[in-house]
Design a protein around this ligand. Structure first.
Ligand SMILES: [Zn+2]
Length: 255
């Protein structure tokens, strides 16, 4: 049983107790986002209760519960905030960790492939095989460090802005999960490289832009904040990521 207010309205991001009402005998009705009245203590005086009316959008809390997953995915690809709210708040998708590892493996594979193209070796077969295997692990480590730097950059910008409520560990974890989930666009790296053509580099650039846009939308939806702050956070993440890349290049690692 979900706790009250565990869901969110996908239109106005207001908390909702349930997504639908079950009237028994197979009759279900989607809940409507209604104006709620909450009581809170005004100031330090605990005896003075004040009434706060939270205006709502009067629309269905989550119309996507009736939609086909393919439609929801298309809406998510189009970066619609409603689809993001549905996925992040009203579903129990728990593939963040696995998706992150798989995306990093995709990135490591792309880098490893480009490294193989650029290097010609005259070493014996066994040595080449071990060296190639080591190269793949190295690329995976580098991709992981870059991803970590990008996330640290985002959280640093949000922390410095102080405008966002990131007070509890749960807020932090939820945003981290949203960012990892919204990086699903990296899965497109594999087909972009497998079907290699003259525009591969352009495709890789477009995938990067798509992933950043998706990350930005995830921050906006999760924290219910402005586009400007999301942009600042993403730019900060990119700065941290590029700082790590230039550090690796100084060390002499081919990234
Ligand atoms: Zn609403």
């Amino acid at each position: 049983m979900e706790e009250p207010g565990a869901y969110r309205c996908i239109e106005c991001s207001r908390k909702a107790p349930e997504l639908y009402k079950d009237y028994q005998r197979g009759v279900l009705r989607i809940s409507i986002c209604v104006t709620s009245v909450s009581f809170y203590f005004a100031g330090c005086n605990l005896t003075s209760l004040s009434k706060k009316i939270l205006k709502s959008c009067q629309k269905p809390v989550d119309k996507y519960i009736e939609y086909d997953p393919v439609i929801i995915l298309i809406n998510a690809i189009l970066c619609k905030a409603q689809a993001y709210r549905h996925i992040l708040f009203n579903t129990k998708i728990n593939i963040h960790g696995k998706l992150c590892i798989f995306c990093l493996l995709c990135e490591a594979y792309i880098r490893w492939l480009q490294l193989q193209d650029s290097s010609q070796s005259t070493e014996p077969d066994d040595l080449i095989r071990y060296a190639k295997e080591w190269d793949f692990y190295r690329m995976f480590g580098i991709a992981s460090l870059e991803q970590t730097a990008f996330l640290i950059g985002i959280f640093t910008a949000l922390w410095l802005a102080r405008a966002v409520v990131l007070t509890t560990k749960a807020d932090f974890t939820f945003l981290l999960k949203a960012l990892l989930l919204s990086s699903y666009g990296k899965l497109l790296l594999i087909p972009a490289v497998i079907w290699e053509h003259d525009y591969t580099h352009l495709c890789l650039l477009l995938i990067k832009v798509f992933v950043l846009t998706s990350n930005s939308q995830a921050i906006r939806v999760t924290l219910n904040t402005s586009r400007k702050l999301c942009l600042v956070a993403i730019v900060s993440g990119l700065i941290f990521e590029n700082a790590i890349i230039s550090l690796f290049q100084r060390i002499g690692w081919n990234v």
